[in-house]
Ligand binder design. Structure first.
Ligand SMILES: [Zn+2]
Length: 135
């Protein structure tokens, strides 16, 4: 029977405050409850053991997240009015008018919101706004 108990010298995933990410660490000292001191294998810093942190989501307060949230709400509102049966298949060789509902093979239903100069349009998809090619 193999023991899963950790001991000094073992490698463990831990959070490094210097690298600001989860790195493999070598355990230097142990207590009954787990590692107490570890050494980062990336920057060689010795510090108190911190469990690996979950992957951080982008801060909700960031501007990009706010835009995304606004687009998501816009989508939620518009989505109720969308009639999938009336969506036109998306082809980059076609030209589209504003408010045309398109069906993209990857992004799904989208609403043409803006035609940007030559051969480009802005389409709101469930994932947010994307610039698509058009005729
Ligand atoms: Zn480090």
């Amino acid at each position: 029977m193999q023991s899963t108990t950790l001991s000094a010298g073992d490698s463990i995933e831990a959070r490094c405050t210097k690298c600001r990410k989860n790195n493999p660490h070598t355990i230097i000292t142990m207590s009954e409850t787990g590692p107490t001191k570890v050494q980062c294998s990336i920057c060689s810093r010795q510090h108190k053991y911190r469990p690996p942190s979950p992957i951080k989501k982008p801060a909700a307060s960031s501007r990009a997240a706010q835009i995304k949230e606004a687009e998501r709400q816009e989508w939620a509102t518009l989505h109720e009015t969308m009639n999938r049966a009336k969506a036109s298949a998306y082809y980059m060789t076609e030209s589209y008018k504003i408010k045309t509902l398109i069906n993209h093979p990857v992004f799904g239903l989208g609403l043409v919101q803006r035609v940007i100069g030559a051969q480009k349009m802005e389409v709101l998809f469930e994932d947010g706004k994307k610039t698509m090619r058009c005729k």
